[in-house]
Design a protein around this ligand. Structure first.
Ligand code: HEM
Length: 332
């Protein structure tokens, strides 16, 4: 009988893992989860974020991006933070992440500060959620209440990250269906893409649209000529792919400039510009946020909470070190 139930559970979990639409099992997440076990947790996270941003403003963007890359790959379970081991290729070296995701040391600093105060209590997955909220608020954006209580995963999968994370070449209709698999609407997609109000992108991510959009041998026609000339100078053909430029005209400030840029055909990433230029389902939302920053802030906060709800309960743990599963030493 027990065997029967085990195989039933196994086939159910195999079935669920092949279902594209994510079942959100976020019921056990709640506000104030650490109010008794680590009441100072949220203050500690904010303080470390503040210090990190004083050192380098871009940490805000780089930390906040971790929420997207963590939550979309098997839920918000801190898997993005695990280093590779000889037996496990983690997510850090996946195509969208390698030479691109950064600020892992800021998460480490937050974890160390929390382990000093309340050892073994606050998960790395929750640290990403709190730190992302603070990153936005400390950059001039909105704030919101976070739901907490996630556990950290015991594994990470490079193959899953490669399969799921979208490329900067993606267009609006592809992104709409990707986000729909997580029950995120067109409004959520546009609002969450407004995260590109802060931070930088590499020339590597845009040279195709400057010189050979869709194999045409020509630049993306949806690029303002003056802006394209600037990007051509930043990212010459055959130049250094690791040179970076702001994702909008005010990359250190969380504001609605990103949407104003898209309306003027001055989006940095193809995936961003396409939200205005290619699809009417997203175009109207872009236009609205270009005109109404408050509306963008509200939708962004809601979108981040919804994205944080992508979580399925599996046996996890509270990692002591966000890079390593408990009981293993580094590199093993
Ligand atoms: C809609 C699909 C998305 C695509 C295709 C996409 C793609 C990208 C790419 C290509 C970069 C530049 C990477 C590089 O050149 O190294 C980037 C940067 C960034 N992304 Fe996204 N992104 C998307 C959605 C999101 C979401 C939902 C968030 C967070 C809520 C986010 C947050 C960021 C941030 C903050 C940066 C700048 C990071 C830094 O300066 O270190 N992105 N994204």
């Amino acid at each position: 009988m027990t065997l029967f139930f085990h195989s039933l559970l196994l086939s159910l979990s195999l079935f669920l893992s092949s279902v594209p639409k994510f079942a959100v099992a976020s019921g056990q997440l709640r506000k104030g989860y650490y109010s008794e076990t680590c009441p100072e947790a949220e203050d500690v996270v904010r303080q470390v974020m503040r210090t990190a941003m004083a050192r380098e403003a871009r940490h805000a963007a780089s930390v906040m991006r971790l929420q997207f890359h963590d939550c979309f790959v098997n839920g918000c379970d801190g898997s993005i933070l695990l280093d590779d081991t000889p037996g496990m290729l983690g997510e850090k070296l996946a195509l969208s992440n390698i030479n691109s995701l950064r600020s892992f040391e800021v998460v480490d600093a937050i974890k160390e500060a929390l382990e000093l105060r309340c050892p073994g209590v606050v998960s790395c997955a929750d640290i990403i959620i709190m730190a992302s909220r603070d990153a936005v608020a400390l950059s001039g954006g909105p704030t919101w209440d976070v739901k907490l209580g996630r556990e950290d995963s015991l594994f990470a999968s490079q193959a899953d990250a490669d399969r799921i994370m979208p490329s900067p070449r993606a267009n609006a209709s592809f992104l709409l269906s990707l986000f729909d698999q997580y029950n995120l609407s067109a409004t959520d997609l546009v609002a969450l893409s407004g995260s590109h109000s802060i931070g930088d992108g590499r020339c590597f991510s845009i040279v195709f649209r400057l010189y050979n959009q869709s194999g045409s041998g020509r630049p993306d026609p949806h690029l303002d000529p003056e802006f394209r000339a600037k990007l051509d100078t930043l990212c010459p053909r055959g130049g250094d792919g690791n040179v970076t430029g702001g994702l909008d005209a005010t990359p250190a400030r969380f504001d609605n400039q990103y949407f104003r840029d898209l309306v003027r055909l001055r989006g940095f990433l193809n995936s961003d510009q396409t939200l205005f230029s290619d699809d009417e389902r997203t175009r109207e939302v872009v236009r609205r946020y270009a005109e109404d920053e408050r509306a963008f802030f509200d939708a962004f906060a809601q979108g981040m909470v919804k994205m944080g709800d992508i979580y399925f309960y599996r046996k996890g743990e509270i990692r002591k070190n966000c890079r390593i599963v408990n009981g293993r030493s580094a590199g093993i």
